[in-house]
Write a protein that binds this ligand. Structure first.
Ligand code: HC1
Ligand code: SF4
Length: 558
């Protein structure tokens, strides 16, 4: 193989595209703000500089490794240079670290600590914060922006939204929306992926924990909580447990301790979605309705379609998302309660906050789902309450909705909705058949997947995309006639809900652990198919009688 020298140690080049990856492979954590393996290389932050043997400096993220190259990662010159960059960044950065949302998770704070920045030689020129709080999903604080461009590239390259971009030049340069409109008035779809890559507190997820605490401590309020599939596998790493481990039982116990009256699993709602969506697909196939049928559970995807592809709205399933189906069912179930009923949803997602507030999901002005908090907010609340999470004994989900199928649980990973719907449609209900479905192209973290399943005397062609750019590419192929499908699953976050922006930040490895965690949870479910869930059966024969349309479906208003 070909070798180069990193700090005098020979390291083999094995197809790495840039020095940065090779240096990390060699066991050195080179600092950077703007490098993300899933985004294009921008090379703007200059933190990953290395020195060559002639004393020249090169940005490791944008320099390809060459055989025989000799570079150094920790020289007096580099140490001085890194300090200088950090001090310059901090000189016009608001330094309210103790009260910043990102306290403890900020890359700038971390690197300032790591490189021993104890004083800043320059005058602080940070202006008073002008927060953009217009969105229900994210908050922008340009004073904390270090212009790394991670959010811009995420929003453009991965999500194809382009809501934010660099504005002005030189010292006036900022990241903003077109014409500086509030982010809520832009193309933003609320996916939160910009916040997930922001190294500082310049874009953070909006918090709704105060409202939830208020409800929990009000004796006149009955707090009914539902927990999304992806949350159970997203919490482990932060709670001193194994990353990707299914911690539903402990989450239920924690919420009970905090004062929740009833705790349920959104996967039960997902079982209803499977039933309704499978019906809708069959109806369209039989009656020659609009195809492909696009899934409707991802609220960022719905906004994307509304803003960029209104012509596709008739193709989108009329099913409410599992969260909204369940929210409506729960309000109906407890409508005679003597106390005010507040529905709280714990979601891996920032866009769910927007979904919950949509007019379509209100009855007499009151939302079916009153508050949405993210996995990260739940973690914050558990920390605040002082509960020793690792010592909690697992508790079961409450009656009367204590059952969910494995099909509902796997909704949280890309391909999961499709697999659940195929399980429903398959005539053969054997275990062998379940396995055949699982290994037919629906699993895996790829951004675009396809499968073909036999149905009656025909075949169903299915596509699954995650990441809105992948969705856009697929839409283009469908609209140009290059491809055709019967069913298309769209999730805005690359990898699906397990990678939602409301989850603790993790790397690809961590994301894979979360998705295997959900498949493992499916294995532990004795009920594998939505139609076999007794809760679903009893809902249809009782609470949902004559109300399927009212409670489970939606028509988005223009
Ligand atoms: Fe999801 Fe869904 S799977 S959208 O990804 O259909 O958020 O987890 O709760 O509603 O069930 C998110 C996850 C979630 C809905 C379900
Ligand atoms: Fe773009 Fe999503 Fe961020 Fe909105 S939330 S600005 S769509 S990345």
């Amino acid at each position: 193989g070909e070798f180069m020298l990193i700090d005098n140690i020979p390291v083999e080049i094995e197809g790495e595209k840039n020095l940065l990856s090779l240096i990390r492979k060699a066991g050195i954590e080179l600092p950077t703000f703007c490098y993300h393996s899933e985004l294009s290389v921008y090379g703007a932050c200059r933190m990953c500089m290395v020195e060559n043997k002639r004393g020249g400096m090169e940005a490791a993220c944008s320099t390809p490794p060459r055989a025989g190259m000799e570079i150094y990662t920790n020289t007096p010159k580099l140490r001085k240079y890194r300090k200088m960059i950090l001090e310059l960044l901090l000189s016009d950065h608001c330094r309210d670290c103790t009260t910043c949302e990102k306290n403890g998770e900020c890359k700038l704070q971390e690197l300032a600590e790591r490189f021993g920045i104890k004083q800043i030689r320059f005058k602080n020129t940070a202006e008073n914060p002008k927060l953009d709080t217009s969105s229900l999903c994210i908050i922008r604080d340009t004073n904390k922006c270090i212009l790394c461009g991670d959010c811009v590239r995420m929003c453009n390259e991965v999500q194809n939204v382009g809501a934010i971009d660099f504005m002005s030049r030189g010292a006036k340069m900022t990241v903003s929306t077109a014409f500086h409109v509030p982010i809520a008035d832009s193309n933003c779809v609320g996916c939160g992926q910009c916040a997930a890559v922001c190294p500082t507190g310049a874009i953070v997820v909006k918090k709704d924990t105060d409202s939830v605490w208020d409800a929990l401590s009000d004796p006149d309020t009955k707090v009914v909580v539902q927990i999304a599939p992806a949350v159970r596998v997203g919490i482990g790493g932060k709670m001193g447990q194994k990353a990707g481990e299914d911690l539903m039982g402990k989450i239920v116990a924690a919420l009970k301790r905090m004062g929740a009256d009833e705790v349920f699993d959104t996967a039960t709602g997902a079982d209803l979605t499977v039933m309704e969506e499978a019906n809708e697909l069959l109806e369209r196939l039989e009656k020659g309705g609009k195809l492909p049928l696009f899934t409707s559970c991802c609220p960022a995807w719905i906004q994307y379609a509304e803003k960029k592809h209104p012509e596709l709205l008739p193709n989108i399933s009329s099913c409410r998302s599992p969260m909204e189906m369940f929210g409506a069912v729960l309000k109906e179930e407890y409508r005679h309660s003597s106390r005010r009923v507040v529905n709280v949803a714990v979601m891996p997602c920032t866009a769910k906050k927007f979904e919950a507030a949509r007019e379509e999901f209100k009855k007499d002005g009151v939302p079916y789902v009153d508050y949405v908090i993210t996995t990260q907010e739940l973690i914050q609340m558990i920390k605040e309450s002082g509960i020793y999470f690792s010592e909690l004994e697992s508790e079961a989900i409450d009656m009367p909705f204590s059952n969910r199928s494995g099909a509902g649980v796997i909704f949280g990973v890309t391909g999961g909705v499709t697999e659940a719907v195929i399980r429903r449609l398959a005539e053969n209900k054997s275990t062998t058949q379940l396995r055949a479905i699982a290994f037919n192209g629906v699993r895996g973290m790829e951004g675009t997947k396809e499968t073909v399943v036999p149905y009656g005397d025909r075949e169903l062609k299915i596509a699954m995309v995650s990441g809105l750019k992948n969705a856009e590419n697929l839409i283009q192929r469908i609209q140009s006639g290059e491809a055709s499908y019967d069913f298309v699953e769209v999730m805005a976050c690359p990898g699906g809900c397990v990678c939602g922006a409301g989850q603790p930040i993790t790397d690809l490895q961590g994301k894979k652990k979360r998705s295997s965690g959900l498949y493992a949870a499916d294995k532990m479910c004795s009920i594998k198919r939505s139609e076999e869930n007794p809760v679903v059966m009893s809902l249809y024969s009782d609470l949902l009688k004559g109300k399927v349309h009212e409670l489970l479906h939606v028509e988005y208003e223009e």
